[in-house]
Ligand binder design. Sequence first.
Ligand SMILES: Cc1cc2nc3c(=O)[nH]c(=O)nc-3n(C[C@H](O)[C@H](O)[C@H](O)COP(=O)(O)O)c2cc1C
Length: 503
Amino acid sequence: MRKKFFIYGFLLFLIVAAIYYYFKLGFLLLIILPILLVIGIFNSIQKKHAILRNFPVLGYFRYLFEMIAPEIQQYFIERSTDGKPFSRNQRSLVYQRAKNIDSNTPFGTQLNLNVRSYEGIKHSIFPAKVNEELPRVLVGGPDCKQPYLASLLNVSAMSFGSLSENAVRALNIGAQKGKFYQNTGEGGLTDYHLEGGGDITWQIGTGYFGCRDANGNFNPEKFKEKANLPNVKMIEIKLSQGAKPGHGGVLPAAKNTLQIAKIRGIEPHTLILSPPSHSAFSDAKGLVHFIAKLRELSNGKPIGFKLCIGNTSEFEAICHEMIAENCFPDFITVDGAEGGTGAAPLEFADGVGMPFEPALIFVNKTLSGLNIRDKIRIIGSGKIISGYSILHAIALGADMCNSARGFMFSLGCIQALRCHNNECPTGVATQNKMLMKGLVVTDKSDRVYHFHKNTLHAANELLAAAGKSSFADVDSNIFMRGDEFTSLSDSYFPDNLSNITNY
Ligand SMILES: Cc1cc2nc3c(=O)[nH]c(=O)nc-3n(C[C@H](O)[C@H](O)[C@H](O)COP(=O)(O)O)c2cc1C
């Protein structure tokens, strides 16, 4: 190909030169062709890119199309029910609810319902009255001195660093308006999380950002200072997250700005990998002691932990240790392996951890089997973006839900899949000041507020359609699954995941 490129390129140049000489036409081509020839010569001798070595100029089109492939896919190829991780229909639903406009759908479902994967609510012939009040759940076990009355739906952990400052601020103002909490994510509690006055769940990851000493270990004094701020309603120890369980946080160098490095106490403009495990504890007993320590330091605020289920016996061991020490977390957040992230290695995103549904059933059954379910709230996070997904999570064992990507869509995220390279075009998941300007905090905080409100209202409507008046009455029997319409509770395999019947 290289030979052809030089022969044809040179001949073309001679022809264009001749045309210009005789007819005074094609001046621009006369300038461009030598430039392309020089680029071609350079590419044909470089040794890094095989495509460009063989196709010295045409090869660039491959890179161009690769670059815009997600946009081509989304704008021209994707159908309403396609799109991953979220379909166009799912995204549109969030946009409409966030804009507080009509989110009804015309003409009937676009899904094929006579298939094994079908799942639906068994509605009642006698629906209940729709509750206009948005549901809340009290979090705080026997040792908690400052229980928190949480909304049924809240903002899942997403750090400042992963999200832009405007995104964090808009979420916080929205949370304040709608009376729900924003989880800080493992990047630490910043001024942007506090200025809007919204409730906060402060997440403590393995990097201990915001409460670490010079060596990166947990610092009780720094923790105490922040944990006792009035906005901080709950504290969450992050053990793992669904998108990269067993890996630890990833902050790409491009997003590690001077400001973020200062907040976290790290080297700016470098890739920051938080360790996969905590230095404050290394086993089940240590975790339980750490919970007790944080509870004491925070003056009895609700303390919980977040994890994606992997080795089920390890989770059981933690439960046994809680019983042995008579010390229980106030909540456990269960994240599914299908969870979102700012950045994760593909192997971890695609192939590590238990998906949301069986994980939730497993945790619920394990706690119930050990008779400790009443002391601990279960928070479910795994693609919660609609009233249906909330009801579904509750049916499988959750008391309340967190949503990360749902709230990102409400901020204007278009699923451009650029969270990891600082090029998020909507200003949601970037530290690029220019791009961030596109996200107007006042406008987007309203959308956050409306998305939360309208989604919970939809959950209330579904609850009523199922003939129930309280979310506490919801269990897996209200769902049917498959083309044989078996009960959802019969479609899972939790009992062979663990020996809970032996407890
Ligand atoms: C941009 C982004 C950043 C995230 N950062 C964190 C984090 O700091 N800590 C954490 O525990 N989970 C983090 N997560 C995971 C979410 O909190 C949530 O558990 C997961 O995405 C599943 O919820 P979803 O399906 O509603 O997105 C992040 C997710 C996203 C999309």
